[in-house]
Design a protein around this ligand. Structure first.
Ligand code: XMP
Length: 510
């Protein structure tokens, strides 16, 4: 039986990150709500359980808790942040909810000993985010680390194999965070660490085959990494019972639509329908220069086309979407201001009736999705494709969108991408593209005056696209791209490089 770890979710913001850290060490982790009955947990033979953080105080009657019996199952438990306090509380220790000194951010940690922290030096930096703290550890526990303000930053009861840390080992800011997971998984739980992505792939294929039988699945394929990997996975499970609709809105990069169609048609066995509707989208966008209106028009039109095409296919049982975990976080429950109306290909059509939605990649991070793609034989250019916004080049063609401007943009963008790849920078820069601005400027070519378009080049480095830095591309690479663009692309006489971070700018210009 495959070894697995339970991440028991008490509502913290880093829960998926915990599962990811565990999976990075090749141990399968699954996340379940704190509402999961203890009987269900017992049945699963977990090698270990991790209590996550959470926003609450253990003394708040509404805060999530758990049957204290979970600490007596003989299964090792690691409590993190709120999970640590909960462990202390359930085991009879004392949590102080009136702390004078809360700790947020990077804090110096002093190790006192213990098995869990064996890979830690005496002093290191950890990431804290708490107000309450453990004042008295429960009977049988020892304090294994402290900070200046926190008398119990880590504790353990080795005999009962219960461990807890007040800080967050799962975030990168905790210098030796991975060591905690290594000790817990391998030394405490006795895991072997033999889980690999091919297991996820094989298991998903088997499960979908059993679950779906003869049912039919419909998917919107954009050529992006997520929808491509989804389609590849499902095609292995149900073959021709999968139909993918590729709505080509005509706002793709140079030759992109043809490439996507060709690769899928040759490598995978499912029904692929490409709908070429460039003129339909361009006529809807005609005369529109407001960025939000462009986005809305494209999003809505996309759904209309998708609905029309799917109706022609007869009854489809399920709709598949390439949702991945970061989409789940971003579209979360917060009241964050809308900066841009994001449009993800695969948005839900309203007038088509399905039994349900399938999201095979919902619990995976982007790099895990890429590994799955490679396992499935998805071509590398699709697996490592940089993010491309749903509204496509429309948000890189400032002001009114015309065929001429799109043509200039495609050619300039292709040159920039070629030069980045030729310089070997294509994997280290996370996103790079050209923008055609709404500005024209005066130049001189030969002996004549020109009055032509201004192209901006944008390249960013980032971990998560929430914040980004502009890429420090060597000048000679920029120089080559600039001179090729002005020489080879008719209608361009000036090229600039965008040196703004996000924030205050965003990655896309619109
Ligand atoms: P911004 O411009 O908001 O972009 O800093 C952050 C990341 O999101 C991509 N992006 C989109 N992706 N649908 C998408 O699927 C969209 O409507 C969309 N708009 C922006 C952008 O390319 C960058 O990677």
């Amino acid at each position: 039986m495959r070894e697995k770890i339970l991440v028991l979710d008490f509502g913290g913001q880093y829960n998926q990150l915990i599962a990811r850290r565990v999976r990075d060490l090749c141990v399968y982790a699954e996340i379940k709500s704190f509402k999961t009955p203890i009987a269900e947990i017992k049945e699963q033979n977990y090698k270990g359980i991790i209590f996550t953080g959470g926003p609450n105080s253990v003394y708040d009657p509404k805060s999530p808790s758990y049957d204290p019996e979970i600490l007596n199952l003989g299964v090792p438990v690691l409590g993190i942040c709120y999970g640590a306090q909960l462990m202390a509380h359930l085991a009879g220790g004392k949590v102080n909810a009136n702390a004078g000194a809360s700790e947020y951010g990077k804090i110096e940690l002093h190790k006192k000993g213990g098995l869990l922290l064996k890979g830690f030096p005496e002093n290191s930096v950890c990431w804290m985010s708490h107000r309450d703290y453990i004042e008295n550890v429960p009977h049988g526990f020892e304090v294994t680390a402290v900070t200046a303000d926190c008398p119990c930053a880590a504790m353990e009861n080795r005999e009962k194999r219960l461990f807890a840390v007040q800080f967050h080992p799962e975030v990168n800011h905790t210098e030796y965070g991975t060591e905690i997971f290594k000790s817990f998984l391998f030394d405490v739980c006795g895991c072997k660490g033999d889980w690999i992505m091919s297991d996820f792939v094989e298991e998903s294929i088997k499960n979908y085959r059993e679950m779906l039988g003869d049912k039919k699945v419909l998917c919107a394929l954009s050529g992006g990494v997520d929808s491509s990997v989804c389609a590849a996975l499902m095609s292995k499970a149900i073959g021709k019972n999968l139909t993918c609709i590729f709505v080509d809105h005509g706002l793709m990069r140079k030759n992109e639509g043809d490439m996507v169609e060709k690769e899928f048609a040759s490598a995978f066995d499912f029904n692929l329908i490409r709908v070429n509707c460039e003129s339909r989208f361009l006529s809807k966008l005609s005369g529109v220069s407001d960025p939000e209106r462009k986005r809305k028009i494209i999003g809505e039109e996309f759904i209309r086309v998708f609905e029309e095409e799917s109706k022609k296919l007869g009854r489809m049982d399920y709709l598949m979407q390439g949702t991945i975990y970061p989409d789940v976080i971003e579209s979360g429950t917060g009241d964050a201001a809308v900066i841009k109306s994001h449009h993800n290909v695969g948005g839900l059509p309203e007038n088509v009736d399905f039994d349900g939605i399938i999201e095979p990649l919902r619990n995976l991070f982007k790099d895990e999705v890429r590994k799955v793609g490679l396992e499935l034989g998805v071509p590398e250019f699709l697996v490592y494709r940089q993010p491309f916004p749903g509204p496509g080049l429309a948000v890189r063609c400032l002001g009114e969108i015309t065929n001429d401007k799109l043509e200039i943009l495609r050619n300039a963008d292709a040159i920039f991408r070629e030069e980045i790849a030729a310089a070997g920078l294509d994997k280290s820069i996370n996103q790079y593209f050209a923008v055609i601005t709404d500005t024209k400027s005066v130049g001189v070519m030969g002996d004549s005056r020109t009055y032509d378009h201004l192209i901006a080049l944008r390249a960013v480095t980032t971990d998560d696209f929430m914040t980004c830095d502009w890429a420090k591309i060597p000048f000679e690479v920029l120089a080559k791209a600039s001179s090729r663009i002005t020489n080879e692309v008719k209608g361009v006489n000036r090229v600039v490089y965008d040196i703004t971070q996000k924030p205050p700018a965003t990655v896309e210009w619109e």
